[in-house]
Design a protein around this ligand. Structure first.
Ligand code: NAD
Ligand code: UDP
Length: 312
């Protein structure tokens, strides 16, 4: 039986991942400081004999007594509003959190997977973004705490791989949405759905012509599990996301249609350094992991809307 540690396991992605791992027979420890994660996300696992929660801030070293076979490092606020609220803590979470999981992996001989991000590409001038693209990140802007923190974490992963032989896996996750994404954390899908269900106008930042490519959470979790199971020499980075760019205006229209909202949209200023276009090139994930997202945007939005209706 695999002993698996998931940092950030009480968050949106982490809670789905913990459920998937427990269902597959693993024994799972969730490490979370509950800064953006919630106990309710873990309600389905409460009391399970192969699941436990350690409340802990990953900027502090992990318990030296822990013995695990696999580590998924997801601890980090992911919404721009949340990660900019305490930017120094965000950088420390990425950098020190990475160091601490790597040290634990080194002690235990465990494999360790980093939840990196498409934000390492910054506001890209290559489209779509492949793993070979080195990015265009503003190191002094308000998103830097997240982007540069994640870039530094990647560099720690590859340094510990080269110098200590730690088995590492780096996933670059593109925008992912679905049930349990906090409706008030400011990310676009959960915000538009909440506003539409409330009959309020959806807040489109800028002219709404910027694009993102949205992946449904179940598909993304499947990609993470496949990457962890891949052979040792597969270190990544590997893009995980669903190709298919949409503008924020088109997303708002689709959500209005699916919710029946007549609230319309209202435009708000575009935040600094907001990337103009983003779409993953997933040829590497297809080839190495035989992975492909299965859920259409419409189907994923329907499931997200259904969940947000009940979560209100
Ligand atoms: P989330 O905010 O729902 O989850 C993050 C979790 O980490 C929360 O449970 C939070 O309490 C915990 N956490 C934060 N700081 C911590 C600390 N110092 N110590 C311990 N726990 C801490 O966000 P999410 O969308 O589930 O994202 C999970 C991971 O995936 C993050 O690392 C994020 O950068 C990455 N990611 C997500 C997306 C996406 O679209 N959802 C895209 C790219 C990367
Ligand atoms: N966005 C928007 N309205 C909102 C929240 C976000 O128009 O209420 C836009 C935002 O400017 C960005 C896109 O939606 O262009 C995705 O934003 P999100 O914060 O979800 O993710 P990220 O910018 O990190 O990709």
């Amino acid at each position: 039986m695999d002993r698996v540690l998931v940092t950030g396991g009480a968050g949106f992605l982490g809670s789905h991942l913990c459920e998937r791992l427990v269902a597959s027979g693993a024994s799972v420890i969730c490490v979370d400081d509950f800064s953006t994660g919630r106990r309710e996300n873990l309600a389905g696992l409460e009391g399970h004999p192969r699941f436990r929660v350690l409340q802990h801030d990953v900027t502090r070293p992990l318990d030296e007594e822990l013995r695990v076979d696999q580590i998924y490092n997801l601890a980090c606020p992911a919404s721009p509003v949340r990660y900019q609220a305490d930017p120094v803590q965000t950088t420390l979470t990425s950098v020190l959190g990475a160091l601490h999981v790597l040290q634990l992996a080194d002690r235990c001989g465990a494999r360790v997977l980093q939840a990196s991000t498409s934000e390492v590409y910054g506001d890209p001038d290559q489209h779509p973004q492949s793993e070979a693209y080195l990015g265009r990140v503003n190191p002094t802007g308000p998103r830097a705490c997240y982007d540069e923190g994640k870039r530094c974490a990647e560099s720690l992963f590859f340094d510990m791989h080269r110098t200590r032989g730690v088995v590492v896996k780096v996933a670059r996750i593109f925008n992912t949405y679905g049930p349990r994404m906090s409706p008030d954390d400011g990310r676009v899908v959960s915000s538009f759905v909440r506003q539409a269900l409330d009959g309020q106008p959806m807040t489109v930042f800028g002219d709404g012509n910027q694009t993102r490519s949205f992946c449904f959470v179940d598909d993304l979790v499947d990609g993470l599990v496949r990457l962890m199971a891949s052979s040792e020499e597969v270190t990544g980075p590997v893009n995980l996301g669903r190709p298919g760019e949409v503008t924020m205006m088109a997303l708002a229209e689709q959500i209005a249609g699916l919710t029946g909202s007549a609230g319309g949209v209202v435009h708000r200023p575009l935040p600094a350094d907001d990337p103009v276009r983003r779409e993953p090139d997933i040829r590497r994930a297809r080839a190495l992991l035989d992975w492909e997202p299965r859920t259409s945007l419409e189907e994923g939005l329907r499931r997200t809307i259904a969940w947000q209706r009940t979560a209100r």
